[in-house]
Design a binder for this molecule. Structure first.
Ligand code: ZN
Length: 405
């Protein structure tokens, strides 16, 4: 992979501080067009900053919405790699380099409380502390999502490692972490290994190295604890799955009776049942809020779904897909609905509204599962998504052409 000097204006091939050259990939089209930064983690790692910081910085500078979930760093809109590299230079100038000695080995330190909160760059090279300009919007984001403290390990490596955990947390709305560990149970298509990998940071970190070795869990007590927590959460989830008294069943029954309830009423029902933020809410919503007219109805529920599908969490997306799958497969009109390409229409609306991510839809669309309906039905529902999946492939091809610049 091509690397560049962290200070790109330093024309010295022996300059010690390098980072991977930032890459971009434009996905989707129309209102749903977005720029994915596939190597954001590696770039951020080299800068010893959480990958969310530069991504959010791009968003601030471009006035664009950003999303980070499942290790995907996305800026809405279509942006060239060169533009983002220039912005990255600015980010490095303002948030990484020591203004005194221009060394990039700095750590962000937050001091003060309330209105007097401030962020400093603590330079490992010259020892000086320099203030960050608090007028930049990114500072608010940093204060809300502070860099995790080193736990005895030195250098930026650890910072990046913890930052990955911090990444998805940004949009977390007060429930269990939205890491996809619990999806390990999904349909057998994913091995438990994926659960483990998701429970700890991925990509080029100390922990990642540890995971690659023969005994990842024992080798890493933190990871082991993290995993057992996830597994615990998973068991709880499974237990109440078919419980007739569960709040999810109650929500489902309520939705069946109140399909025309406005978004606010749906949300207060979810609050009343104390299941705010739970991914299984989406299963009920997908199955019971809509009727056979879902292709028409989905557009009106986009805002509600944007609120309920947390942080583009894979789990939430999969539950929503599962609910919709049930609706379409179990409807007495199922054959007609599927023949009319209803699945494609619904997926398109959800994708364009950034509720579903490309990778999640692809994975769903190409893996028949008997988790929600029987296999035969599951196959038919996916067949009805063909048009959308084909469209995704074409959109991808055309964005690759654009990448060639
Ligand atoms: Zn310095």
């Amino acid at each position: 992979m091509a690397t560049v000097n962290i200070r790109r204006n330093v024309d010295d091939k022996f300059y010690r501080y390098k980072m991977p050259s930032l890459l971009t990939k434009v996905e989707g089209r129309g209102n749903g067009i977005k720029t994915v930064i596939p190597n954001m983690e590696d770039v951020a790692h080299a800068l010893a900053r959480p990958p969310t910081y530069p991504t959010k910085f791009f968003g601030c500078e471009l006035g664009a919405q950003t999303t980070f979930a499942n290790d995907r760093y996305i800026v809405n809109g279509s942006h060239t790699a060169e533009r983002l590299r220039e912005l990255l230079d600015t980010f490095i100038e303002k948030f990484v380099l020591c203004p005194s000695c221009k060394n990039p080995e700095t750590e962000l330190i937050i001091t003060g409380k309330g209105n007097s909160e401030a962020i400093h760059r603590d330079c490992k090279a010259c020892g000086r502390q320099n203030d960050i300009d608090m007028r930049h919007k990114l500072t608010t984001f940093i204060l809300r999502n502070p860099p995790k403290k080193d736990k005895g390990k030195k250098g930026g490596k650890q910072m990046t490692a913890t930052a990955n955990v911090g990444g998805p947390m940004v949009f977390e709305k007060g429930t269990n972490g939205n890491v996809n560990a619990e999806d390990g149970s999904d349909d057998g298509a994913q091995s438990p290994d994926i659960g483990l990998a998701a429970a700890v940071p991925t990509s080029g970190t100390d922990i990642d190295d540890a995971l690659g070795r023969s005994d990842p869990i024992l080798g890493n007590p933190d990871a082991a604890e993290e995993v057992s927590k996830k597994l615990e959460a998973l068991n709880v989830d499974e237990d109440d799955e078919e419980d007739a008294n569960s709040p999810y069943t109650a929500l489902g029954s309520w939705l069946k009776e109140n399909k025309t309830a406005d978004d606010a009423a749906v949300i207060s029902k979810i609050k009343e049942l104390e299941i705010v933020g739970k991914h299984k809410v989406l299963l009920e919503i997908g199955q019971h809020l809509f009727t056979d007219e879902i292709a028409k109805e989905i557009g009106k529920r986009v805002s509600l779904l944007q609120v309920l599908v947390q942080a583009n969490s894979e789990k939430h997306q999969k539950s929503l897909l599962g609910g919709i799958e049930r609706l379409l497969a179990l409807s007495p009109q199922s054959e007609q609905l599927l023949a009319a390409g209803t699945t494609s229409k619904v997926l398109m609306a959800l994708y364009q509204a950034d509720i579903l991510e490309e990778e999640v839809v692809r994975q769903w669309g190409t893996h028949v599962s008997k988790k929600y309906v029987d296999k035969d039905k599951s196959k038919k529902v996916r067949k009805s998504a063909d048009a959308f999946l084909k469209w995704l492939d074409e959109a991808e091809e055309s964005s690759e052409e654009e990448d060639d610049e």
